[in-house]
Design a protein. Structure first.
Lengths: 450, 292, 273
């Protein structure tokens, strides 16, 4: 079934397109419409239209994804007026992932370019559905190394890393002041200092309100990495998450549970819950990725530097580490060479250094990057949006990105998380919990590597 | 042959629209799914593996946990829901017309909420913090707060409680509708013989309601076996340490998140066999040729 | 008949139970009127401190909620209407008529109720694709007509109607269709009303199926539309709850429209109240 991926400009987009051209001509040299994105050979001058699939895009709404996507199309068309881009959205969640899967894997039709995360990349690559990005050596070295590894399938890079989302600690400065705890200098602290702070920050006020030192969301592996524990060996062939380092990391986490510095429902907090608790002032230190910065900035009661700040992951026995996630832009392998080339040009724009400044220059300015870019040359602008983001931008160098394994979701949700829960509840020792999971995890890893 | 058609033609005509759509959009997909259970299918298709998926399930401790949880949940919740629906509808029935209308609306209205929303409220009620509603009530009664959904020991109990403590508006409405059709004469006759309200209820109402009871029993059991959204929202999928994992939750994650359609279909087959087995027993016990 | 006094404990119990069950709905509307945006208050306030229409404003100004509601009314309405007809027809046949293959058909129908929808989702998707019905309203509506809860319901109810009525009608010269339409159907009003309410409710809340089948956001029904308000990073909860509150209203309307049919029962002897 072929969808008509042709020009579907409704009136709104038509006006936007006109405006984009108008902006381009009015701004003079800053936005010359010649094809400047490098590397993919000569730009196609004839009109090409491609389809972009973006989760959470809802035309007409004001969600961050919608605003930045519309802006991205506008910015791109200002530079490449012969391209038309239609965006297909869907609510964030596994059902939409399903929908994408069905289109890409089963129908071998669908988007020309699309967002993807984690293990999906490998799934699509294994089905031969991804077109290899034409990246020069210079471009490759511009990308974050572990992000590139995460999108390497059988030795070939199969998608463009878009952004890296590091996890770090949000700290409530008011609570720190109230208890006389000094916030970590430059955001650096060891695990011992962190635990000490968390203990001091767990207290009951005179009015009966209970404050807890620390909280996190239930989908994390937090401290299991800080002593050097890693899920796999470098070849991603052996499961190593029951190593002494991983066990030690889990024990550090269990210690937090034993000291009761976390709220009693810490095993049930989903990301939104954990955020809500921090905002209501019940949690002194919250471990979350960069998205909460926007939420805090939007709230009049929270002033960066006065009420809140951010700090790095506590440091364990090894070098500074942080847990991180990656988003990718992928281009579908297809027969239509023009569309494929166009899709690569667009993908490079979406992940490259030009899009940030382009969108910042629009009226009103759009903050395109929702997390630090995976390309060093594009990363700077994220820091320019806000001083907290400037700190986050520096975390890329030590953020550990999980290598992608197609069976990871199953290992994680079905086996590893319950094992973690059992240890945190005190039902099993850390070593027991991780040892029990290891054989099953290895089996699933083998399957992914088949 | 033609005589048979003439005799039964209308019958087939009456079932034709529903049944033909059923065959295309339900039966065929179910058969396909069952066929899939014999393959190692991921979304791109797979190889035939015979009963290997079922062996995998039998050996999977997580699936066994899900089975156990689902059966326990179903047994308790269905019994509670059926009883509550019958009792509440019976309490409403003797009231005047205005009373009936008011209460039916009162008990039905909660159903307009999406199940997800209701589960969110229960999630908050069973919040492990001392300010969670359940804990506040416990505190007022002088007890210590419990961990509820925050503990792998208590989470399943919390989920079951949330279902048992909900008045099933659908069942109330259905029983009400059925009770409205019951013939008055039987009751009048009984009253003449000196029967009190409880006697009338037990010996006339309840037996006459057998068809409705059977329907509700079968449907509630099927729905309970398929419990998913409530658990998903209240306990983020499987609860701490898989304490609340259910069969359909596992089907969902196995199919949609892990991409193993063959295995997920095998789970559905197991669920199917269980549920049909139970339904057969239910039909046998509540068989009735009641007309009124 | 009985005085209010003897009924008082009954009223107290019923009221308490009913109001408790209504609590989620109350909380929903309360949150929609509170100044929440990204954060739902934890713990939620039971008595509101501040009321505002800001969420409603944002909902109607920045999302196509009206479009979503219209779509859902069309989808759920059409499905319900067809179910009222088809399910009563099939229910009547299963309840009152004998024909070869009846038991097999009935058991096929009931046994497939046990299969969770997640499992048949993808096969149905491919059937619709073959029929060219992907991303169309019929593609969402037609599979909805294949769901068989209603047939089971109608069968159980119609089974209780006295056979004499049909026989009498036939003796009077009524055709088979007239027996169905003039005798069975009017007497089944309470069951039909229940069926209408349940079916409308079920399809009003449909989410996964329309999500997978539809691509054009202009066709999204309300639950899919509301799901798109959830962000990868942030969610405007105030607007989401408000959307859910707005979405609850048509179902309340449908309930009140149909529930008066419950009172109309039958009495043996054929005299309708």
């Amino acid at each position: 079934m072929e969808r008509d991926a042709g020009v579907r400009i409704d009136r709104r987009r038509f006006l936007q397109a006109l405006a984009a051209v108008g902006v381009a001509t009015a701004c003079g040299p800053a936005a010359a419409p010649s094809a400047t994105p490098s590397g993919s050979g000569t730009a196609v001058a004839k009109p090409v239209s491609i389809e972009w699939w973006r989760r959470n895009y809802t035309p007409g709404s004001q969600t961050a994804e919608t605003v930045t996507s519309d802006g991205a199309v506008k910015g791109f068309r200002a530079r490449n007026a012969n391209y038309t881009i239609t965006i297909q959205g869907g609510p964030f969640g596994p059902e939409t992932d399903q929908k994408f899967d069905i289109a890409i894997l089963q129908q071998k039709a669908g988007p020309d370019v699309f967002h993807t995360t984690g293990g999906d990349v490998l799934k699509y690559a294994a089905a031969g559905q991804l077109s290899e990005p034409p990246l020069s050596a210079a471009e490759k070295s511009d990308f974050n190394a572990s992000a590139l590894t995460a999108t390497t399938y059988r030795g070939k890079v199969v998608a463009y890393p878009l952004w890296i989302v590091p996890w770090f600690e949000y700290i409530n400065l008011d609570l720190f002041k109230e208890r006389g705890v000094t916030p970590p200098k430059d955001g650096n602290w060891t695990y011992e200092e962190f635990l000490d702070a968390a203990k001091k920050l767990t207290f009951k006020r005179a009015d009966g309100k209970q404050i807890y030192g620390f909280a996190h969301a239930n989908d994390e592996f937090a401290f299991m990495l800080i002593d050097g524990g890693r899920l796999y060996d470098t070849a991603v062939k052996t499961w190593t998450f029951n190593s002494a380092e991983a066990v030690s990391g889990l024990e550090r986490w269990v210690a937090l549970a034993k000291e009761k510095v976390m709220p009693p429902d810490f095993l049930t907090l989903n990301p939104n819950d954990s955020q809500a608790r921090f905002i209501s002032g019940e949690i002194a230190i919250l471990q979350r990725p960069s998205a909460m910065i926007n939420v805090l900035n939007a709230d009049a009661k929270w002033k960066y530097g006065t009420n809140w700040d951010i700090a790095n992951f506590p440091k364990g026995k090894t070098a500074q580490t942080a847990w991180g996630g990656v988003g990718f832009i992928a281009v579908r392998e297809q027969a239509d060479a023009d569309k494929k080339t166009a899709a690569h040009v667009f993908a490079k724009y979406l992940t490259g250094p030009d899009i940030g400044p382009d969108l910042k220059a629009m009226t009103p300015p759009i903050e395109y990057w929702l997390a630090p870019a995976a390309r060093t040359s594009a990363a700077g602008i994220y820091g320019e949006y806000h001083p907290a983001k400037a700190k986050v931008a520096k975390m890329g160098s030590f953020t550990y990105v999980l290598p992608n394994v197609s069976t990871w979701s199953e290992i994680d949700q079905k086996y590893l998380r319950p094992a973690r829960d059992a240890a945190l509840e005190g039902k099993k020792t850390a070593k027991q919990a991780l040892d029990e999971v290891a054989p099953t995890a290895q089996k699933l890893l083998d399957e992914a590597n088949k | 042959m033609r005589a048979a058609l003439r005799r039964h033609g209308w019958s087939y005509l009456f079932v034709l629209p529903t049944f033909s759509l059923f065959v295309i959009f339900t039966l065929l997909p179910v058969v396909q799914a069952f066929v899939l259970s014999l393959q190692s299918a991921r979304i791109t298709g797979g190889d035939w593996v015979g009963l290997a998926n079922f062996v995998t399930l039998a050996e999977d401790p997580v699936f066994r946990q899900a089975l156990g949880n689902t059966v326990l949940y179903s047994a308790l919740v269905v019994a509670a829901q059926l009883t509550l629906a019958l009792v509440v509808a019976s309490l409403i029935q003797p009231l005047g017309r205005q009373g009936q209308t008011f209460y039916r609306a009162l008990f039905y209205l909660p159903l307009v909420n999406s199940a997800i929303l209701v589960a969110m409220v229960w999630r908050w009620i069973f919040n492990p913090n001392p300010y969670g509603l359940a804990n506040t009530v416990l505190g007022a009664l002088g007890f210590d707060p419990l961990l509820w959904i925050g503990s792998s020991d208590q989470a399943l109990a919390a989920v079951i409680l949330s279902a048992v403590l909900t008045i099933p508006g659908g069942g109330v409405v259905l029983y009400s509708a059925a009770m409205g059709s019951l013939p008055r004469e039987l009751y009048e006759a009984a009253e003449v013989e000196g029967a009190g309200p409880l006697t009338k209820w037990w010996y006339i109402t309840v037996p006459l309601l057998k068809p409705t009871t059977l329907y509700l029993l079968v449907i509630y059991t099927i729905l309970a076996f398929q419990v998913f959204e409530r658990v998903y929202v209240m306990t983020n999928g499987g609860g701490p340490n898989n304490a609340t994992i259910t069969i359909v939750q596992l089907v969902y994650s196995t199919a949609f998140q892990f991409g193993r359609y063959g295995l997920a279909s095998a789970m559905a087959v197991v669920l199917f066999l269980m549920a049909v087995g139970v339904a057969v027993v239910q039909f046998r016990s509540l068989r009735s040729d009641v007309e009124y | 008949m009985s005085s209010i006094r003897t009924r008082l404990p009954v009223h107290v119990v019923l009221l308490a139970a009913g109001l408790l069950s209504l609590f989620p709905l109350y909380w929903l509307f309360l949150t929609s009127l509170s100044p929440t945006q990204y954060v739902v208050k934890v713990p939620p306030e039971v008595v509101p401190r501040e009321l505002t229409l800001g969420n409603y404003q944002r909902l109607f100004e920045t999302t196509p909620i009206v479009r979503w509601l219209v779509n859902t009314v069309v989808i759920a309405g059409v499905i319900t209407a067809f179910h009222l007809l088809f399910d009563s027809m099939a229910g009547y046949a299963f309840a009152k008529r004998r024909f070869p293959g009846k038991n097999v058909m009935f058991w096929l129908v009931v046994s497939t109720l046990t299969v969770p929808a997640q499992v048949t989702l993808i096969p149905v998707f491919f059937i619709l694709r073959t029929l060219g019905l992907l991303d169309t309203y019929p593609g969402v509506i037609i599979p909805g007509l294949a769901d068989v809860f209603g047939v089971f319901l109608m069968k159980q109810f119609i089974q209780t109607l006295p056979s004499e009525l049909e026989q009498a009608a036939r003796l009077d010269g009524a055709s088979e269709w007239q027996v169905y339409s003039r005798i069975i159907l009017p007497l089944s009003k309470p069951a039909l009303a229940v069926l209408a309410i349940f079916t409308f409710n079920r399809y009003w809340n449909a989410f996964i199926f329309p999500l997978i089948i539809l691509r054009d956001p202009a066709k999204y029904p309300v639950q899919v539309g509301l799901a798109t308000l959830q962000g990868e990073f942030n969610t405007d909860f105030g607007m989401l709850m408000t959307g859910a509150a707005v979405a609850a209203i048509p179902m309340i309307v449908v309930f009140f429209a149909f529930q008066r049919y419950f009172i109309e029962g039958i009495r043996v002897g054929g005299v309708k109240g």
